[in-house]
Design a protein around this ligand. Structure first.
Ligand code: NAD
Length: 487
């Protein structure tokens, strides 16, 4: 079965989804197809009134459906039906997702959609397993820690994995008994609308999922500052995370989960399995053309292995099949926009200007659309922009070390601490290094998330606050109340 289709022939309605229904809206910001740089739709910008309508719809839905106080198993069943419908809708969802985004359709269908359905089921199964706790008080008293949903949760997601990011926010919040108002990225607004439609079909009460479209300055700001949004869950850049913290501090307090940027190291010791290591590093930087928060963009390798590793990486990074995201044979997608491509290139050129050597790439691909060549830079100092900045593109830097201590020094980033990789056959060294690395996730002899959704994800330092996935994400969507009764 071919997954390819003509993007000009599919209908992509764009508006909000409020109270269980599609709400048409006037488009304002052009949406581009990064695969061929064609502007094909306009994204509306929900203002404070539209955001308020969505919040009131969420509150009304919670009141009418008793979603937060119902038999938890009822939430489980509704969420499981939603996961089934999402999986069954892979063709349409895949098309809607692939056109504006950087995700090749085959990867959306077999990866993003399948994994998102699994994650929804994971959280659905938590609904009747986690709850209030009895407290060991005096016999003539009774005390407990009541676990309660927040009510309305606000969620804001980026463009790089739109379906997956929406799933990370919606699934734990709904399983934990909340309603959600979600603002997807203004660059990739379509798949979240479809997910909301499918939720209604699955029997999730209308109004529990509301989608408001728009940019950060107007819609995002209205959502984070809304006094009846009781908790905020955000994934995006550290700069936007800082702005959101500021807005929340100005407009009233609410707990926040912030999943932010990264600049993750992959530390390769001399005894590492060279072939496996090269494959893991190449896969991690080619995934979504380097536009992944956990992209392992800084290779830190034992000096004696550096040449051999770089040679293997060069071969693997040449083995790409670039193409439009809607073509089923594409394995390597574009950079999200011309603006972002220029940023990737200028960081590469600035690094070259301060001494970096280009082993491969270093330029845009000679084809229509926003494609950048997989790039390896060597001879980079720890001051090089390619080492310090989150490039968010297919750019690897290679730095060498002579001792474990030096490897750890290079791995440490002043700002970020999202993820890290360690490659060695020496178990004692692996454990020592895992303990030393300041990162929210460390992978050993592999790089990248598995389908073990019990493992939470989130950053140290300016890479974030709190976790997505795992039990942590479920608990982050509930608050506790201490109750004590004198009998
Ligand atoms: P971005 O910060 O520009 O935008 C993310 C979302 O926030 C968008 O929906 C945007 O409209 C909104 N937004 C922007 N400014 C806002 C504001 N002041 N108030 C409210 N909302 C605002 O990020 P992006 O370019 O869409 O995504 C790339 C970034 O996301 C990278 O830094 C990447 O590392 C990060 N990311 C992190 C994770 C993680 O799990 N840590 C996962 C994916 C992406």
């Amino acid at each position: 079965m071919s997954l390819s289709f003509d993007p000009d022939l599919i209908e992509m309605p764009i508006g909000h989804h409020i109270g269980g229904a599609f709400v048409a809206a006037q488009g304002e910001v052009p949406i581009h197809r990064p695969s061929d740089n064609v502007a094909f739709a306009d994204c509306p910008a929900a203002d404070v009134d539209v955001v308020d309508r969505a919040v009131q719809a969420a509150k009304a839905a919670l009141r009418q459906s008793q979603w937060g106080g119902c038999q938890p198993r009822d939430r489980t069943r509704a969420l499981q039906r939603w996961a089934d419908l999402i999986e069954a809708d892979a063709k349409v969802l895949g098309q809607l997702e692939s056109v504006p985004s950087t995700r090749p359709i085959a990867q959306i269908k077999n990866g993003d959609i399948a994994v998102t359905a699994e994650q929804i089921r994971f959280f659905a199964e938590m609904a009747d397993k986690e709850g209030s706790l009895l407290a060991p008080t005096r016999d003539d008293q009774m005390g407990w820690v009541a676990s309660e949903p927040y009510g309305v949760v606000g969620a804001i997601t980026p463009w790089n994995f739109p379906i997956s990011m929406a799933g990370w926010k919606l699934a734990p919040a709904l399983a934990a008994g909340n309603a959600v108002v979600l603002k997807p990225s203004e660059m990739t607004p379509f798949s979240a609308l479809r997910m909301a439609e499918l939720a209604v079909k699955a029997g999730i009460p209308e109004g529990l999922i509301n989608i408001v479209q728009g940019n950060g300055a107007t819609t995002g700001n209205a959502l984070t500052g809304h006094p009846e949004v009781a908790k905020l869950s955000f994934t995006g850049s550290t700069v936007a995370g800082q702005a959101i913290m500021g807005n929340i501090a100005r407009t009233g307090m609410k707990p926040m989960t912030l999943e932010l940027g990264g600049k993750s190291p992959q530390v390769v010791f001399a005894d590492a399995d060279l072939e496996m290591t090269a494959q893991a590093i190449a896969t991690s930087i080619l995934a979504n053309s380097g536009q992944a928060c956990v992209a392992g963009s800084r290779v830190i390798v034992a000096a004696e292995l550096a040449e051999a590793l770089a040679a293997q990486l060069q071969v693997l990074l040449a083995n790409i099949n670039p193409g439009p995201t809607w073509d089923g044979t594409t394995t390597y997608g574009p950079i999200i926009s011309e603006k972002q491509l220029k940023r990737v290139d200028s960081l590469v050129q600035e690094s070259i200007a301060v001494g970096a050597t280009v082993l491969c790439g270093g330029n845009r691909l000679d084809r229509p659309g926003c494609f950048y060549m997989p790039t390896i830079l060597t001879d980079v100092s720890d001051k090089s922009p390619a080492v310090t900045e989150e490039i968010f593109g297919p750019v690897l830097t290679v730095q060498t070390f002579l001792s474990e201590e030096e490897a750890l020094q290079l791995a440490d980033h002043a700002t970020y601490g999202l993820a890290a990789g360690v490659f060695t056959r020496d178990l004692s060294r692996a454990l020592r290094v895992v303990n030393e690395l300041e990162a929210g996730t460390v992978w050993v002899n592999r790089y990248g998330r598995s389908r073990d959704h019990i493992l939470p994800t989130g950053g140290y330092k300016s890479s974030g606050i709190g976790k997505d996935l795992g039990r942590e994400a479920y608990h982050a969507n509930r608050r506790s109340k201490s109750v004590l009764i004198d009998l």
